[in-house]
Write a protein that binds this ligand. Structure first.
Ligand code: NAP
Length: 308
């Protein structure tokens, strides 16, 4: 069965929800497809304190508020995973395991997922000391000792940010050399709060209600130890949720969709916004801004290309 819409949005994080609000307010018949939990990565974030105008809100609550607002203007939400996309008769067809969604314009807001360590305790303590975003969570660990995992630019950048609050930042890296750019390495080595634990991996994150420590293993000596920290910030890369679009949409080497400033992919009627796109700032507010831009562009595209 095929369902017909003006605009179909794939992904229910802040970019998709903002796009849904703008598209529905433009009186476009709009469907949003979400494969998991509304909010995407913010649904994992305990408290958000950097969304302008809202001093503090739970990530899940903010996502629900965004959804309610968009649905109040007519956005329809479907809990299905998009599995494919193709062009047909000047429109787009989004495939799912259930029905097909036909749309004049499609906005991809499928987000990105941080790479996980995959160790015991990580999932259970996410939002309770395990974090993938220092900008979001570092302020909760003022004067505490914390760990940062990874040796790339993100680990150094976010580790340096974390050191503004924490009393001590242990950088746990699996090799004896950083991958990060020289400038970030220099800054990190010069920071008296940053301490490096080389050739070491985290094998377990400890704690019941909140993080109490990390179990470590030296990969050279095999020696095990426990690092008593209140937070573990994990920066071991991330991957955009674009595997299902490979070969169809122009992407960079990391799988991020290439768009212009109107979130246009270059394929007529196909837009991408938020963490799936190249050079995203990866913040709730910037993703929401991207989503609004994409919806405005999609509305304009429909007016220009379809008789109404
Ligand atoms: P990245 O460059 O891929 O670095 C990932 C780090 O995590 C590496 O040090 C890697 O170790 C480590 N790692 C990967 N899997 C691991 C595992 N299972 N267990 C333990 N450690 C693991 O990723 P990124 O730092 O997120 O950066 C991604 C891109 O964004 C890069 O192009 C980066 O330059 C850019 N970026 C730039 C800035 C900036 O310029 N300010 C900030 C953030 C990101 P190995 O080194 O041993 O492989």
């Amino acid at each position: 069965m095929a369902l017909e819409y003006d605009i179909v949005i794939v992904g229910g994080g802040p970019a998709g929800l903002a796009a849904g609000l703008y598209a529905a307010r433009a009186r476009r018949r709009t469907a949003l497809l979400e494969k998991g939990v509304i909010g995407g990565q913010i649904s994992l974030t305990e408290t958000i304190e950097n969304y302008p105008g809202i001093e503090s809100i739970g990530g899940f609550d903010l996502a629900q508020a965004m959804l309610r607002q968009a649905e109040s203007y007519g956005l329809e939400t479907h809990y299905v995973a998009a599995t494919g996309l193709e062009q047909a008769d000047g429109k787009w067809v989004v495939r799912t395991d259930e029905e097909e969604f036909v749309a004049k314009a499609v906005i991809i807001t499928a987000g990105a997922d941080y790479n996980r360590l995959g160790v015991p305790g990580e999932e259970r303590l996410t939002g309770r000391g395990v974090s993938y975003c220092a900008t979001c969570d570092a302020a909760f660990f003022k004067d505490e000792e914390v760990a940062v995992v990874g040796g790339g630019d993100a680990a150094m950048d976010e580790g340096l940010f974390t050191s503004r609050y924490a009393s001590k930042v242990y950088v746990v890296h699996r090799r004896d050399q950083l991958r990060a750019s020289r400038i970030l390495q220099e800054r990190a080595f010069a920071n008296p709060k940053m301490h490096f634990i080389w050739n070491t991996v985290v094998t377990e994150i400890l704690g019941e209600e909140a993080v109490e420590g990390a179990r470590l293993r030296n990969v050279v000596t095999g020696e095990e130890s426990v690092l008593p920290v209140k937070a573990v910030f994990i920066f071991i890369g991330h991957h955009p949720n674009t595997d299902w679009l490979r070969g169809l949409v122009p992407m960079d080497n990391g799988g991020h969709i290439v768009v212009n400033e109107w979130m246009e992919t270059g394929l007529p009627g196909l837009f991408a916004a938020g963490d799936v796109r190249r050079n995203a700032a990866r913040q709730v507010v910037s993703s929401a801004g991207d989503g609004a831009t994409a919806a405005i562009a999609a509305d304009r595209y429909i007016s220009e290309h379809f008789r109404e």
